[in-house]
Design a protein around this ligand. Structure first.
Ligand code: PMP
Length: 329
């Protein structure tokens, strides 16, 4: 059993809406480059994203800028770049609180920039006296892997925060109020399940930050595929048809039966089970080891967003593991 975060639990919804969500593009269509502001599809997609957030009530988007990326993965890079100081001899320190999604660290290390440097666990930077240092904190809320509603740990005039809101949808968590942060990142991958289309977006308050993110997108990939934009537009308009809640009802009711979080963050409590991944692997359950989230290997993340068959198999294997353990003790 694999434990990748592929959101196949949404596949039945799209099977029910196969015709209305289909996109057909003729060969002659859309040969031109896609620059951020100049295409109708970008404007229409932006409009539907505003509507989406208003219907769901999960983010304030009035008078905010929206910027697209190839998945939230590209948007996250643009955000780090845009929030780094332009004229500082020292790089901004980039942090996230453990356990955190590994990509944040890997990206920053990979880009190996003079503008920003990964500096580990945000907990280590709380109450540090050097407030002149530029810091960027990733706050994933709800969090991958443990589903917690994280809060920013760092505050101060030189601290910027990137709120990764990938999982702030009714499938995964209650939505008590719209998020209202300066820089929020969302992704189609966890909303409609279309991870392969590579579409994400940021909702940005500050114009300078937005312009710098736009510069990054231009240099990095000259904007986002218009084919992808068209697909995203079609999917979102289908999702918002009728009372606009079909996809969310489906997502909510499916995930409610699976404890309503994208992942289960499992801890092996027995003293000898220091490698929880191995324990589960022996029971035919493949999770992702705690160290992938900079946490202890007593923890493993299990994906709950896969297909119903995968989920049923997971529960079957877990039940067997528990009954075998009971037999031993
Ligand atoms: N942020 C978080 C917290 C994630 O879990 C993921 C995917 N697992 C991403 C961002 C990246 O998603 P994508 O690039 O598909 O938008």
């Amino acid at each position: 059993m694999q434990s990748v975060g592929n959101p196949l639990f949404l596949e039945p919804f799209w099977l029910q809406h196969a015709a209305t969500s289909a996109v057909v593009t003729a060969g002659w269509h859309r040969l031109s480059y896609s620059y951020p502001d100049d295409t109708n599809i970008s404007k229409e997609l932006e409009r539907v994203i505003h509507k989406l957030h208003a219907v769901v009530g999960n983010a304030v988007t009035d008078n905010r800028y929206i910027i697209f990326g190839a998945g939230s993965t590209q948007v996250l890079t643009a955000a780090v770049y845009a929030l780094s100081p332009e004229n500082s001899s020292l790089p901004a320190g980039v942090v996230a609180s453990v356990p955190y999604y590994a990509l944040y660290r890997k990206q920053v290390e990979h880009f190996n920039s003079q503008k920003f440097k990964f500096e580990g666990d945000a907990h280590q930077w709380m109450n540090k006296s050097d407030s002149s240092k530029y810091m960027i904190e990733y706050v994933t809320t709800p969090n991958n892997p443990d589903g917690r509603l994280k809060k920013a740990l760092l505050q101060g005039p030189n601290v910027n925060t990137i709120y990764d809101r990938a999982y702030y949808w009714p499938h995964f968590t209650p939505i008590p109020a719209p998020a209202n942060e300066d820089l929020m990142v969302f992704t189609l991958s966890k909303l409609t399940g279309h991870a392969g289309s590579r579409f994400g977006w940021a909702v940005v308050k500050d114009e300078t930050v937005f312009n710098r993110m736009t510069d990054h997108m231009e240099l990095n990939s000259m904007g986002v595929s218009r084919d992808t934009q068209l697909r995203a537009f079609k999917l979102l308009t289908t999702a918002l048809k009728g009372d606009g809640r079909g996809l969310f009802h489906f997502g909510y009711h499916t995930m409610k039966t699976r404890i309503m979080a994208a992942y289960a963050w499992v801890k092996c409590e027995r003293e000898e089970d220091t490698d929880c991944y191995k324990v589960l692997q022996a029971a035919k359950i493949t999770g992702r080891a705690g160290n992938a989230f900079s946490a202890e290997d007593r923890y493993v993340r299990l994906s709950l967003v896969r297909s119903q068959d995968d989920f049923d198999l997971l529960i079957q294997h877990l039940n067997k593991l528990v009954s075998d353990e009971d037999g031993v003790n």
